[in-house]
Design a protein around this ligand. Structure first.
Ligand SMILES: Nc1ncnc2c1ncn2[C@@H]1O[C@H](COP(=O)(O)OP(=O)(O)OP(=O)(O)O)[C@@H](O)[C@H]1O
Ligand SMILES: [Mg+2]
Length: 431
């Protein structure tokens, strides 16, 4: 370096607002810049050739020894942050000469060789009080944020719990509603089977009278007379009709009971391979009473493979869609139930010829408690719960609606659940 460069370098070091201290290999002070004089209130003249730790006794710490060992033995540049140590040497003033209660410092200690090959140490020292202060604010903000995060996590847990409870109570409400419908459905066949039995009992009574008369009758004519008077021919044909009708009635009751049993596996909460058409039929049987006065139900089933799902929950979704469809129809309409299969996906569709959904409401229908039904009629939970069930199945639900013409809901389900989700569930970490 020529002398001009030297001058420039010295001027720079004198003006920079960073402390610069040069120590010899025995840690005696060789030089410090104006920043150090200013901030320490000490004179370089007096400090020169003195050990650093006698000029600044507070620096005599294990921390400094460690820094030195690393710089000396490994030739490393050693940084310290204000976070680790409030200060290395005590500087009671700042660069503008104002007294400061506590200057926080970051330091850099590094070894170098002087022109005459002597080992020296450079010690640079930055005032990081301001930085630390803004960091404190950042820390506080971070803390507040993580507090909020925890609050949110708790809130989400609460919501999940409430959602599970809602799901449960919605199931119960649905079952209550269904029970009424089913009672009505069963009542009808039971009613006529009962009245048929009564008529049959009368017929049996009459027939027994004819048979009993066989023993006491004088001749065949008397028996024939009795048979005629009892309208035997009519009894005979009616008995057959009554028995046939009663068998049909009992068959119908049996079907409803089986469907109910299928449908009410509400506790079962496991994915398994299931025949979705069977689920659709079961659900149709169960909600038949809600539908039959509102719509003709048309089935257009495609070919479906078995699908990995929680069948009772899928039934629940279809039930919600069917009941919504029936509610949307004012007089009498048509509800079409379709299914299909595309690659790794299957779909189920419920289409109605009801009033439709206004376009501006389409993105609200899955919101919990969103309902356009009168108070006491709808809870607004049907679609929100259905949406959650389908999401849990890694599927999706689509809606197409034309006001005044009708609505079509289509549920897409993957034939198989993704493998990693099952593992997550197995380990109990799935939501
Ligand atoms: N098929 C449909 N046709 C027309 N509107 C529909 C249909 N399905 C849903 N909607 C609209 O979406 C709203 C929300 O439906 P959702 O099933 O979530 O609640 P809800 O039927 O009102 O009450 P809940 O099902 O809890 O008894 C309904 O109030 C209705 O406005
Ligand atoms: Mg509904």
């Amino acid at each position: 370096m020529d002398s001009r460069q030297n001058d420039l370098a010295s001027a720079l070091v004198e003006h920079v607002e960073i402390g610069v201290i040069i120590l010899d290999s025995d840690l005696r002070i060789q030089y410090w810049n104006r920043f150090i004089s200013q901030c320490s209130g000490k004179s370089l003249q007096q400090a020169r050739q003195q050990p650093l730790t006698s000029v600044f006794p507070e620096a005599d710490t294990p921390h400094l020894s460690k820094m030195l060992a690393r710089a000396r033995d490994h030739g490393e540049h050693v940084n310290t942050q204000w976070r680790e140590n409030p200060y290395l040497i005590h500087l009671p003033f700042n660069a503008s000469g104002q007294a400061v209660p506590l200057m926080l410092q970051s330091t850099l200690l590094f070894p170098f060789h002087s022109l005459d090959e002597q080992l020296c140490f450079g010690l640079l020292l930055y005032d990081t009080t301001e930085l630390a202060r803004s960091n404190e604010q950042l820390d506080a903000a971070l803390n507040a944020l993580s507090g909020k995060q925890i609050e949110q996590d708790q809130l989400i847990k609460k919501l999940e719990k409430a959602n599970a409870q809602l799901l449960q109570s919605e199931k119960l409400a649905a079952i209550g509603q269904l029970a009424a419908g089913v009672a009505h459905e069963i009542n009808n066949p039971i009613g006529y089977v009962f009245s048929n039995l009564k008529t049959l009992a009368g017929y049996v009574h009459d027939l027994l009278r004819i048979i009993d008369a066989v023993d006491g009758a004088a001749d065949l004519d008397e028996l024939r007379q009795l048979k005629r008077s009892m309208e035997y021919d009519y009894i005979r044909s009616d008995v057959e009709a009554l028995i046939g009708e009663s068998e049909d009635g009992i068959e119908r009751v049996k079907k409803i009971i089986t469907s109910l049993k299928d449908f009410s596996h509400i506790e079962e909460d496991e994915f398994r391979q299931a025949d979705l058409h069977r689920g659709l039929d079961t659900t149709l049987n169960v909600v038949n009473n809600e539908l039959k006065y509102k719509a003709e139900v048309i089935k257009e089933y495609g070919e479906l493979p078995e699908v990995e799902c929680m069948p009772s929950q899928i039934n629940q979704v279809i039930m919600n869609l069917l009941i919504n469809a029936a509610h949307a129809i004012e007089q009498f309409g048509r509800i079409t139930l379709r299914s299909g299969h595309e690659g790794d996906w299957v779909w189920l569709e419920v289409e109605d010829t009801g009033q439709g959904i206004a376009p501006h409401l389409l993105n609200r229908i899955y919101e919990p408690f969103f309902t356009t039904k009168p108070v006491g009629k709808g809870t607004g939970l049907g679609l929100s719960l259905s949406y959650n069930i389908i999401r849990k199945h890694n599927g999706r639900i689509e809606v197409f609606s034309t006001p005044g013409e009708g609505t079509r809901f289509r549920v897409w389900l993957p034939v198989l659940q993704p493998a990693e989700q099952l593992t997550m569930e197995d380990t109990g970490h799935y939501e």
